[in-house]
Design a protein around this ligand. Structure first.
Ligand SMILES: [Zn+2]
Length: 144
């Protein structure tokens, strides 16, 4: 491959590479196995302005009906730090029958050059959907 790219080598969410991290979920080649994996892929999708993926992973009960992203707002995503997934806090082994989870994270970004910090506790549910059980983003609360 001789294609030059200025993109960083790692996945935007902080993973080792897009192809082994969020890429397969966003491409529809794999189903995010945990709420945290889905949350990371949604962060990456925001950076790619991939609105169809964001809507597809948004629970039907809370999914926005209007455009998520505005063309006027120039958003630059700078980094993601996952604080904890509830499942990990509770020290449970991997639970295939888990139907809800929360993920606390801090995302840093710039809007029109101004630095912002989003600290959110996101709620996810897991439901039968196309291709099997899938995690969906429901809503979030803001601890600060
Ligand atoms: Zn990733």
């Amino acid at each position: 491959m001789s294609k030059k790219s200025t993109a960083p080598a790692g996945c935007p969410c902080g993973g080792p590479s897009l192809a082994t991290c969020c890429g397969p979920y966003i491409a529809g080649a794999a189903i995010a196995p945990t709420a945290e994996a889905l949350m990371r892929s949604r962060y990456t999708a925001y950076g790619q302005r991939n609105e169809p993926y964001l809507l597809a992973t948004w629970h039907a009960s809370t999914r926005p009906t209007e455009a998520i992203m505005s063309d006027e707002e120039k958003v630059q995503w700078l980094g993601l730090e996952v604080k904890s997934a509830l499942r990990l806090r509770q020290r449970k082994a991997d639970a295939p029958d888990l139907t809800q989870d929360t993920v606390e994270f801090v995302a840093r970004f710039k809007i029109n050059g101004r630095a912002q910090r989003l600290h959110e506790v996101s709620n996810f549910v897991r439901e039968p959907a196309e291709g099997g059980l899938r995690w969906f983003y429901v809503d979030g609360s803001f601890p600060e």
